[in-house]
Design a protein around this ligand. Structure first.
Ligand code: DQA
Length: 144
């Protein structure tokens, strides 16, 4: 099982970015947790962070034949990037959208995801566990 993990804009500053919302874990620490969790489940990870919409799309394209699944935290692109949603649809890699914070309980603009309809699931508001749940969801065999 190969899983592509993509972190979108501003997630490089985890740890110092609004820690009361996003926690004190740095991106490197978060990624270490993801790698350990994936290893225990026999899954291989490729992890990238990018602040640019186009580069995130390029990463989805470039990894489309390798990835059996994708964990995507699109950051604020969640709420308006039809280009990222199209990329998820185009590659047909089962994708789980994740958020560290509970986007349903924040500002109104965060309640809408334009990407979620292209995804198999959304996990939100559980911090690192949102990502771990996504890995578990993708590692489970799909029922016929
Ligand atoms: C986020 C939620 C988004 O609304 C926000 O723009 C982010 C992070 C989250 O992980 O909670 O950048 O995706």
């Amino acid at each position: 099982m190969n899983i592509l993990v993509l972190h979108g804009p501003n997630l490089n500053l985890l740890g110092e970015r609004e820690p009361e919302i996003y926690g004190r874990l740095t991106l490197a620490q978060l990624n270490a947790r993801l790698r350990r969790h994936a290893r225990e489940r026999g899954a291989a990870l490729r992890i990238f962070q990018d602040n640019c919409e186009g580069r995130l799309i390029d990463l989805i394209h470039a990894n489309r034949r390798w990835a059996d699944g994708m964990v995507l935290n699109p950051g604020a692109y969640t709420h308006y990037s039809y280009a990222l949603r199209d990329a998820v649809t185009v590659v047909r890699v089962p994708t789980v959208e994740v958020h560290l914070s509970d986007v349903q309980r924040r500002e109104a603009f965060r309640r809408k995801s334009v990407i979620a309809p292209a995804c198999v699931a959304v996990f939100s508001g559980r911090g690192v566990d949102s990502y771990l749940d996504a890995i578990d969801r993708l590692s489970k065999p799909v029922s016929p």
